[in-house]
Write a protein that binds this ligand. Structure first.
Ligand SMILES: [Cu+2]
Length: 222
């Protein structure tokens, strides 16, 4: 299930769109297989494919967070309505990375017919919540009031993790399977574009209204 972001800012002649691609230089690592504990194999299968680093055949990096830094405080507030969902299905979180406006309600689901134990931690590793979800179809509603990066884990299935990126403004994007992203209706100006990926780390680039497309390449795996 994907998370749809409804960004309803009034388009302006003085705004611009930015498209781009996040890449990594070869050689590209093979996806790693994560072992499943014996007692969970019946539910989850013998192993899981790691979601930490997904690279397309031409080096596009999925699940990188692209974010503009700037003062957007004069803009209209972000709409909080939307279908912000983090599902637990087949012993994995879907999506692996969810963008969520600050203060919006996020539905955490259990689509599996067995127990998950969802735990969220902020960037200082402080636990925000810790809830058992034993039932199929169970829904937990959570709100995140401060911008930042939340890691969500399952207390039972050690390979399960996902990120909730809490946005303070709409100028964020997550790269798709091919590494592409698009940020729309950016007010004219000069910004720092900050990129974060859980394996590849951080990168940044200065952009301005003349920058309509760019390719950002990580030099190697860290
Ligand atoms: Cu679990």
């Amino acid at each position: 299930m994907t998370v749809a972001l409804a960004i309803a800012f009034v388009p302006s002649l003085f705004a611009f769109d930015l498209e781009g691609k996040v890449k990594v230089e070869p050689p590209y690592p093979e996806p790693s297989l994560l072992p499943v504990d014996e007692k969970y194999v019946a539910d989850c299968g013998p192993h899981k494919i790691s979601s930490r680093l997904k690279i397309s055949p031409d080096g596009g990096v999925a699940n990188a967070v692209v974010q503009l830094e700037g003062d957007f405080s004069t803009l209209r507030e972000m709409p909080l309505q939307g279908d912000f969902v983090l599902d637990q299905i087949d012993c994995e979180f879907k999506p692996h990375l969810a963008l969520v406006p600050q203060g919006a309600a996020v539905s955490i689901l259990n689509s599996d017919g067995f127990l998950h134990n969802v735990r969220a931690f902020d960037e200082k590793a402080e636990m925000l919540f810790n809830d058992a979800m034993p039932k199929k179809g169970q829904v937990l509603k959570k709100r995140f009031d401060r911008p930042g990066r939340i890691i969500v884990r399952c207390g039972l299935h050690h390979w399960m993790h996902a990120f909730v990126i809490v946005q303070e403004h709409p100028f964020y994007a997550v790269t798709n399977e091919k590494g592409y992203f698009k940020i729309s209706s950016i007010p004219q100006g000069t910004y720092t574009l900050r990129v974060w990926h859980e394996e590849l780390g951080e990168a940044e680039k200065e952009i301005n209204s003349q920058t309509n497309s760019l390719i950002l390449t990580y030099s190697s795996r860290r």
